[in-house]
Design a protein around this ligand. Structure first.
Ligand code: NAD
Length: 265
């Protein structure tokens, strides 16, 4: 009998780092569910979809509890066991050029809604899925046998938690909060078999930094300060995420791992 493919959920999986994670997981014969607000399925994902192991849930806003819960229900109907979740959906602050400070309430709230609440909403939906499959784990940890290997969450922070970037108050704040959330979930779920880790990439060559609202000279200046003199490739970040998702990292939880070309040395 052939082995059953593992199933994963990747938010923000239509683009950039999330898309590279989808491709890396497909190369390992996994089934992948993508949750993304993008209304259309981009070409690389359509190509990956030919594997028959990608399910794209498009037009879903991770900051909406109702939309995420509805999507999880559809996902669980198809894949009753989800082995891991990657929270890669994210947006950037409006005030990057430093000309528009302080950031507006609207921008600050919008970034927190997606980067922090989106991580919270998809993460809690996933943790409830694990508890629903293992109802005895809803009891208090003292009465609980230690479980291992039931699930894994990888969140996305940024090197800006180590080396604060200017003009990005909402983004920097949201990413610090994601690190705090990672540690809290890691502690609360360590005996319940779920590991929770975080990666903190430096500038990565994705549509997020190719965005017209980011002045190209700002990107160039940033890259000049990176000892490796280039942005990360999304595939490089994806390999680290997949390592943290899988049982190869079974003794790691609550950690935030920088992957930043040496900029924080
Ligand atoms: P990206 O813009 O290429 O991809 C982000 C994806 O998230 C897009 O597909 C977008 O449609 C989706 N998304 C945005 N808002 C959403 C919402 N409300 N609901 C659902 N999906 C939503 O960006 P990326 O560079 O791949 O970034 C991925 C993650 O990595 C983000 O959390 C980002 O903050 C983080 N990160 C990126 C960099 C970088 O330089 N690119 C550096 C450090 C951290």
């Amino acid at each position: 009998m052939g082995s059953v493919s593992k199933a994963y959920i990747v938010t923000g999986g239509s683009s950039g780092i999330g898309l590279a994670v989808v491709q890396a997981l497909l190369a390992k014969d996994a089934v992948v569910h993508v949750i993304d607000i993008a209304p259309t399925v981009p070409k690389p994902l359509l190509e990956a979809d030919r594997s028959g192991r990608v399910y794209v849930h498009q037009g879903v806003d991770v900051s909406s509890r109702a939309q995420v819960d509805k999507t999880f229900k559809a996902i669980l109907d198809r894949s009753p066991e989800i082995h891991g979740l990657v929270n890669s959906a994210g947006i950037i602050s409006e005030s990057l050029d430093g000309l528009n400070l302080p950031e507006s309430d609207e921008s600050f709230r919008g970034v927190m809604e997606v980067n922090l609440f989106g991580t919270w909403i998809a993460g809690t939906a996933y943790l409830n899925h694990i508890l629903d499959r293992n109802p005895n784990m809803r009891s208090s940890p003292e009465e609980m046998e230690v479980k291992e290997g039931l699930g894994s969450i990888v969140n996305l922070a940024s090197e800006s938690i180590l080396r604060t970037d200017p003009g990005m108050a909402s983004y920097n704040t949201s990413k610090h909060a994601v690190v705090g959330l990672t540690k809290s979930w890691a502690k609360d779920f360590v005996r319940r078999g779920v590991r929770v880790n975080c990666v903190a990439p430096g500038m990565t060559d994705t549509p997020m930094i190719q965005n017209e609202s980011i002045p190209p000279e700002m990107v160039e200046d940033f890259i000049n300060t990176v000892p490796l003199k280039r942005p990360a490739r999304p595939e490089e970040v994806a390999q680290l995420i997949v390592f943290l998702l899988e049982e190869t990292s079974s003794y790691m939880t609550g950690q935030t791992i920088p992957i930043e070309g040496g900029i924080t040395i």
